[in-house]
Design a protein around this ligand. Sequence first.
Ligand code: GZL
Length: 327
Amino acid sequence: MIGILKAAAAIASVGLLAACGSGPAPGGGSGGGDGGQLTMGFSQVGAESGWRTANTKSIQDAAAAAGVNLKFSDAGGEQENQISAIRSFVQQRVNVIAFSPVVRTGWDAVLLEAKNAGIPVILTDRAVDTQEKDVYKTFLGADFVEEGRRAGDWVVKQYASAPGPVNIVQLEGTTGADPAIERKTGFADAIAANPNLRVIASQSGDFTRSGGKQVMEAFLKANPKIDLVFAQNDDMGLGAMEAIEAAGLTPGKDVQIVAVDATHDGMQALADGKFNYIVECNPLLGPQLMDLAKKVVAGEPVPPRVVTPDEAFDQQQAAAVLPDRKY
Ligand code: GZL
């Protein structure tokens, strides 16, 4: 009798494994589209900044242009919402999953679920920390350390002949987010070239305009002399600009502002002389993402890392290019 029960249990467990997609399906899920149309599940961070808005539009427009059936989910800045969305895409058997991870850690389990279901994953915009092997096919996005370094290099040049200490405050992005961690590293590495350059305060403004304004108000109250703000994105820089003006100071002159992104509002502030320098972080990742997705689903090889190029602008350059900017 016991032998029969053991055999029945063994058959049941195999059946369950098969139902959970124990082996990788060829080229990802069945799709859910019409007649072989590629279906992509995309989990977006949220809508925290002008950069994010431009990034979302690029992805949605590129999917339409590429004939990709896009299932788009906005996580409202919450990692658990992204994890739920990815799980849902797996259950829907999409062909490919892409996402911009709000923070670097905490993705192993859900990435393994997608891998075990045979659905390829593409990282866009931000990277993850994982020890798991082959849980995503490629990471498409900028070099954030280089962006921070370029911002720092400008500050080093700008204050090369400054006689005494230069007081810098830093508005960091979302705590634990790849660009926040890496821009901070790159900026610190660059300004180490001049010991007069001192970061006297550094705090997260969560990549939002309101966050940047609140933190800058506190910095201005606590620090009698601030020479420069390094804002890790335009939106926090624009918030800082408001706080500086409310304190009766002139942004771009009394307190210089260096930022990252080069979105329209940031470039307008730069052209108006209220910002001093911006390092671009191009949000228009949609077309490249769709190309990579088609290759991945077709089983073609793709590079593990695709770095998107960035430019940088001073006030004169911003005024010149502003009319032709796409975002
Ligand atoms: C950078 C992106 C950052 C932007 C911010 O690739 O992840 O997130 O710099 C956005 O504006 O909120």
